[in-house]
Write a protein that binds this ligand. Structure first.
Ligand code: ADP
Length: 661
C-alpha cells in the first residue's frame, strides 16, 4: 500500500482518512507532498551540481585553452614578423644596386639582360617568389622570372598599390593575387632614386602560403588592413572577412584587383564571449551545431595585418560535459547512498523496536508463566488436597456402602427369617407328624408304610437343607470385583429364595437376542444353564440385586387381581440387559427422582428400609453396569439392569462353577 507523504497543509491523520487519493496528491490542498518536494529538491540539486561542474570544468578548460592559444599566437606572430622583416630590406638593396640604377637610366638590352640575370640570381638565393624592377611609368623592365612563360617583363603595374606607394616615396607593402601568375603573394616595393628623382620601383614578391599551415583543428587566419582573410589553413575562409565590409571599401578592393576577381563577403561569425586579452569565443557557421573556436588575435604591426589563431572549443565542451556527467553520477550515487543509509537506519530502528517489543513480550510471558506456575502450584496443591479428601470420602462411602449392604442384608434376613420360619415350620410339623406316624406303623409292622414315611422325611429334610443353604450363600463374604457370573443361574437362585412369595404370581421368562437381524422374544428356560450368558459381577451381589428388584415387584403386585412379573434378558455383543416388568401401580412422578436415594421408601413402617434400590444401583455401578427405572407403556414399573458381558475363550468348558471360584 502506498504510504502517503507529508502534506504541507494537513495533518497525517486527516490524510490517512483519505486512502483513495494517490500518495502525492492531497484532496483538500493542491500542494505537492513531502515526497514530491524531496524529489524536486534532489532534481534541483542534481541540476545545480551538474551545472556547476560543467561551468567550472568549462572555465578551467577555456583558461587552459586561452593560455595555450596565447602562446601559439605569440609564437606564430613572431615567426611571421621575422619572415617579413627578413625580406623588408631586399627591395631597398635592389634599388641601390648599380645594375638597377643603370637599367632605369639606360634601359639598353645589355642592361636589361644584366639586370635580369642579377634578379634571377638574387631571387634564387633569397628564396623569394619573384624580384622585379618597374620603370616610373609602371612598365616592368626586368624580372627574376624573365625566362619563364609567366615573365613579368613588359607587364604594366601602374595600378598596383605597392607601385603607387613606392612612387610616392614610401615603402610599398601589399598582399594580393598576381596579375600574371595569379598566385597570391606579398609584395614589398621601394622607390629607386636617382638625382633626387624617383626613376623606378623595385619589388620583391613572397609566397606566404607555406605559413598558413593546414591544421584544421587549430586553424590560422591572417587578415589584411581591411580585415580580409588572405592566409588561412581553411581554404574556404580565404578572401572573406570576419566582419561585414562597407560596400564602398569592398568595391575599391575589387577595383584594385588585389584579390583578382574574388567577391569579398563576410563569414557567418558570431561572437559569444569576449575576453580582455584579444581573445573571444566565436561560432563559425550557422546554427547551434556550428563549431566554436577560441579566437586569439595578434597585431602584426607593419604591415597593418592581424593574425588570429582559432582553437576548437569542442574538447573543452566534451571535458565539461564529462565532468557534468561524472558529477551527476556521483551525485546520484550519493543520493542512493543516503537513501540506502536512511533505509538501513530505519530498518535498524525497526529491528531495535522489534527486539524491545520481543523482550517486553518475553518478559511479560515469563511473568505470566511465573504467575501461572504459582497458580498451577496452588491449584495442584488444592487438587491434591481435594484428591486426598475425596479418597478419604470414597473410603468412608465404601465403608458406609458396605455397612449399608450389611444392614440391607440384615433387613432382608429379617424378612427372610419370617419366610424361612414359615417354610421350616411346615416341614418340621410334617416331620413330627411323619415320625409319630412311623412309630405307630413300626409297632404295627407295616414296613411299606414306614418306608414311604421315611422317604417323605428325607424329601422334607432335603427341602429344609436347600433353604438353609440359600441362607448360607446370602450371608457369605463379598467376592472379588472382576468375578464373573452366569446370569441365568443368579436369577434362578434369587427366584429360589423368593419361591414361596412367587407362587401366587404369574412369571414369564424370555430372551431377546439384540445381535440378530430381526430380534424376537424367545421363551427362556430358567432351569437350564446358558454358558454364553456370563456377566462381570459377583454372584451373591447380583443375586442380592435381583432379590431386591423381585421383592419390590412382588410388593408392587401384591394387590393386583392378576399379578404378573415379566423378566426379559436381552443379549448384545458386549452387554446384557435384564428388565423386570410388573403390572403393579407403577412409579409416580414425585417418587421417580428419589427412587435410588438411600432410606427413601413409600412403604409402611417396618415393611421397608428404603435401601434396596440404593444398594442395587450401587452394585450395578461397581460392576460397570447401571440400573434404571421407568414406567412400562402398558402400566406398572419397569427396572432395567445393564451388565457388562464377559466373553470367555471357551465358555462351555469352564462353565459354570469354575468361573466363580
Ligand atoms: P423399600 O423396598 O425398602 O421401600 P427400595 O429402595 O427397595 O426400598 O424401594 C424404594 C421405593 O421404591 C419403594 O418404597 C417403592 O415406593 C418404590 N418401588 C420400588 N420398586 C417398585 C415397583 N416395582 N413398583 C412401584 N414402586 C416401586
Amino acid at each position: 500500500m502506498a504510504r502517503a507523504g507529508l502534506c504541507l497543509r494537513r495533518s497525517v491523520d486527516s490524510r490517512k482518512a483519505m486512502p483513495q487519493y494517490p500518495a502525492f496528491i492531497c484532496r483538500d490542498c493542491p500542494f505537492v507532498t513531502r515526497r514530491l518536494l524531496i524529489l524536486f529538491v534532489l532534481a534541483a540539486g542534481l541540476t545545480a551540481g551538474c551545472g556547476l561542474a560543467w561551468h567550472f570544468a568549462w572555465q578551467r578548460g577555456i583558461d587552459t585553452l586561452r593560455r595555450h592559444a596565447s602562446v601559439r599566437a605569440d609564437r606564430t606572430t613572431g615567426a611571421l614578423k621575422s619572415t617579413l622583416e627578413r625580406y623588408e630590406s631586399l627591395p631597398y638593396l635592389l634599388a641601390e644596386h648599380p645594375f638597377v640604377q643603370d637599367l632605369l637610366t639606360s634601359p639598353s638590352a645589355a642592361n636589361v639582360a644584366r639586370a635580369n640575370h642579377y634578379l634571377e640570381d638574387l631571387n634564387q638565393h633569397a628564396r623569394a617568389t619573384a624580384a622585379y624592377v618597374i620603370k616610373a611609368d609602371g612598365l616592368c623592365v626586368a624580372a627574376s622570372n624573365w625566362r619563364g612563360p609567366e615573365s613579368f617583363v613588359g607587364v604594366q603595374y601602374r595600378f598596383r598599390p605597392y607601385f603607387v606607394d613606392a612612387l610616392r616615396g614610401l615603402v610599398g607593402r601589399f598582399f594580393g593575387i598576381g596579375t600574371i601568375s595569379h598566385d597570391p603573394g606579398y609584395f614589398i616595393s621601394q622607390p629607386v632614386w636617382r638625382d633626387g628623382k624617383i626613376v623606378g620601383v623595385t619589388v620583391v614578391k613572397l609566397n606566404l602560403e607555406w605559413f598558413q599551415g593546414a591544421d584544421m583543428a587549430e586553424p590560422l587566419i591572417v587578415t589584411d588592413d581591411h580585415g580580409v582573410i588572405f592566409l588561412s589553413s581553411v581554404a574556404a575562409w580565404k578572401y572573406h572577412t570576419m566582419r561585414p565590409l562597407p560596400e564602398a571599401l569592398a568595391a575599391s578592393i575589387f577595383q584594385t584587383r588585389q584579390y583578382a576577381q574574388q567577391n569579398i563577403t563576410s563569414l557567418p561569425v558570431t561572437t559569444e564571449q569576449r575576453y580582455a586579452d584579444d581573445a573571444e569565443i566565436v561560432r563559425l557557421g550557422r546554427g547551434r551545431l556550428a563549431p566554436r573556436y577560441l579566437m586569439t588575435r595578434r597585431a602584426i604591426g607593419e604591415p597593418d595585418w592581424h593574425l588570429m589563431t582559432l582553437a576548437s572549443v569542442a574538447p573543452v565542451d566534451a571535458d565539461a560535459r564529462d565532468a557534468a556527467i561524472v558529477t551527476g553520477f556521483g551525485y546520484l550515487s550519493l543520493c542512493l547512498l543516503a537513501f540506502y543509509w536512511r533505509m538501513r537506519r530505519a530498518r535498524v530502528r525497526e529491528m531495535i523496536r522489534s527486539r524491545a517489543l520481543l523482550q517486553a513480550s518475553y518478559a511479560a510471558l515469563n511473568q505470566r508463566v511465573a504467575e501461572r506456575t504459582i497458580d498451577l502450584s496452588q491449584a495442584n496443591a488444592q487438587l491434591q488436597r481435594e484428591v486426598a479428601e475425596r479418597t478419604r470420602a470414597e473410603q468412608e462411602l465404601r465403608a458406609a456402602h458396605d455397612e449399608l449392604i450389611q444392614a440391607s442384608k440384615l433387613a432382608a434376613l429379617g424378612q427372610m427369617a419370617a419366610g424361612i420360619t414359615h417354610e421350616l415350620n411346615q416341614p418340621l410339623a410334617a416331620l413330627r407328624g411323619f415320625s409319630d406316624n412311623t412309630q405307630v406303623l413300626l409297632e404295627r409292622g407295616d414296613q411299606a408304610a414306614v418306608r414311604d414315611n421315611l422317604e417323605a422325611i428325607a424329601a422334607l429334610t432335603e427341602r429344609m437343607g436347600k433353604i438353609t443353604n440359600q441362607l448360607k450363600l446370602f450371608v457369605g463374604r463379598a467376592r472379588p470385583r472382576n468375578a464373573v457370573v452366569p446370569v441365568v443361574r443368579a436369577l434362578r437362585n434369587a427366584l429360589a429364595l423368593l419361591q414361596q412369595r412367587l407362587e401366587r404370581v404369574t412369571m414369564t421368562f424370555t430372551q431377546h437376542d439384540a445381535r440378530q437381524l430381526t430380534p424376537q422374544l424367545q421363551p427362556l428356560d430358567i432351569h437350564e444353564d446358558y454358558p454364553q450368558f456370563i456377566a462381570y459381577c459377583d454372584e451373591l451381589r447380583l443375586e442380592q440385586v435381583l432379590i431386591n428388584l423381585l421383592s419390590n415387584a412382588l410388593d408392587a403386585v401384591a394387590d393386583a387381581p392378576q399379578p404378573h412379573i415379566a423378566i426379559v434378558l436381552s443379549v448384545a455383543a458386549t452387554k446384557f440387559t435384564l428388565s423386570i416388568d410388573d403390572n403393579g401401580p407403577g412409579i409416580t412422578d414425585e417418587v421417580l427422582p428419589h427412587l435410588f436415594e438411600p432410606f427413601f421408601t413409600t412403604k409402611e413402617m417396618g415393611m421397608g428400609l428404603g435401601l434396596g434400590l440404593a444398594i442395587a444401583s450401587s452394585i450395578a455401578r461397581e460392576c460397570g453396569g447401571a440400573l434404571e427405572a421407568r414406567n412400562a407403556p402398558g402400566g406398572g414399573a419397569c427396572f432395567i439392569l445393564t451388565l457388562r458381558r464377559a466373553v470367555l475363550p471357551d465358555a462351555r468348558t469352564v462353565f459354570p462353577h469354575d468361573l466363580v471360584s
